[in-house]
Design a binder for this molecule. Structure first.
Ligand SMILES: [Zn+2]
Length: 384
């Protein structure tokens, strides 16, 4: 049987005691992370070597004796902090990340804990339990915490793997990772769509549908800009500054949520209406390096759309094909196949084919070509 990893993002409603314990745990994991990062740096300077993650974990019980407050929090979260540190190091050596930074109070307001299962007197115990019926999640040391979200879901089928507890702008959240069985519907190819990822519109489909980036018309960015100006005027350390900072954090979260929902809405519709989806391969590295794209808050990352499309297609047994990004989809006439090399100029939005006389909208024509390329790939996959 196939399984998939699904994430559930829930708003937590902890009691005051639980809040205190969450804050403490965040503090303890930060302490562990920073302490061992410092040790790693020093060891490396003196001997050119540093301890493995497992050697560090062995030191945890000793540390808990030295600092008894460490024993008050979920011990799994401390181990996970060391795994995270190890991960950050590995990424650095693979040149995926900058050198790991020390965590301060502003960032790293979260901790991760794994679901630990054991059997005692023929009874199975799990350290994390997610109960959609009663809307409570059981977490190590915190016990039952109320949550809200997924109103229509009443039961969970699958295994909880881990949970990340997060404090953000004064609110508490948990993301729970669950391994769920995947029941694939039968694949019946009835419809196909080509997607051109645009500059003006976000996506143009081969059905001549234009999906706009509605984030650009929202006022959140303006609000953030205004708040940031206000922040610059505040005295460092003042109460007002703190208040504005909190407001900025909330506005960012709102923007992030709007973006997330938009991506889900767009991809949900595409996957629901089509059995085969074809898109261009993305030059992700290039896309992130372009500053204007990475920096603008109201942009929707196409790479994220692709990622979501990929897993939604997988879960619903639809096919997603990506075609070579060097395929000249916007230069070829979708009517007769003539290649018009003059179209390299991106400012040309409409053109007439010199061979057959058809008039094309640049992006719609491109998406039709992309659809045909995908159809070719699908037909080939049937032959092999
Ligand atoms: Zn033509």
């Amino acid at each position: 049987m196939f399984t998939v990893l699904k994430g559930y993002f829930l708003r937590l409603y902890p009691t005051d005691n639980q809040k205190e314990l969450i804050n403490k745990t965040i503090g303890c994991t930060r302490f562990i992370y920073n302490r061992f990062l410092d040790e790693k740096i020093k060891d490396y300077k003196t001997s050119g070597k540093s301890k493995s993650c497992y050697d560090q974990i062995k030191e945890l019980p000793g540390l808990c004796k030295e600092y008894p407050w460490l024993s008050e929090v979920d011990s799994c979260s401390l181990r996970t902090a060391l795994f995270n540190l190890d991960d950050a190091y590995k990424r650095f050596f693979k040149k995926q990340n900058e050198f790991p930074k020390f965590k301060n109070k502003d960032v790293g307001n979260s901790y991760k804990t794994n679901n630990i299962k054991n059997t005692y007197k023929n009874k199975n115990y799990e350290s994390i339990k997610l109960d959609f019926q009663n809307k409570v999640i059981t977490l190590p040391k915190l016990k039952e915490v109320k949550f809200r979200g997924y109103r229509n879901k009443t039961s969970l089928i699958g295994n909880v793997k881990s949970a990340v507890i997060r404090r953000q702008a004064g609110k508490y959240y948990v993301s729970v990772l669950v391994e769920e069985p995947l029941l694939l519907p039968e694949f019946t190819p009835r419809s196909i769509v080509g997607l051109d990822l645009g500059i003006k519109d976000l996506i143009i489909t081969s059905y001549n549908e234009k999906i706009e980036n509605s984030l650009k018309s929202q006022n959140v960015q303006k609000r953030i800009n205004g708040l940031q100006k206000g922040l610059a005027r505040c005295k460092p350390g003042s109460k007002n500054r703190y208040k504005i900072k909190l407001k900025i954090q909330r506005a960012y979260m709102k923007l992030k949520n709007i973006r997330k929902h938009l991506i889900h809405d767009i991809t949900k519709k595409l996957v629901k209406e089509n059995d085969i989806i074809v898109m261009e391969d993305l030059d992700i590295k290039n896309m992130y390096q372009t500053h204007s794209i990475a920096k603008s808050l109201t942009n929707i990352p196409l790479a994220e759309i692709k990622r979501v499309l990929e897993y939604k297609c997988k879960w619903q047994n639809k096919k997603l094909f990506t075609i070579d990004r060097y395929y000249p989809s916007s230069q070829i006439c979708s009517g007769c196949g003539y290649q018009n090399k003059k179209l390299k100029d991106l400012s040309i939005r409409e053109w007439e084919c010199p061979k057959c006389g058809r008039v094309h909208d640049r992006d719609v024509n491109a998406s039709i070509n992309i659809m045909f390329e995908g159809l070719k790939m699908y037909m080939q996959s049937l032959v092999i």
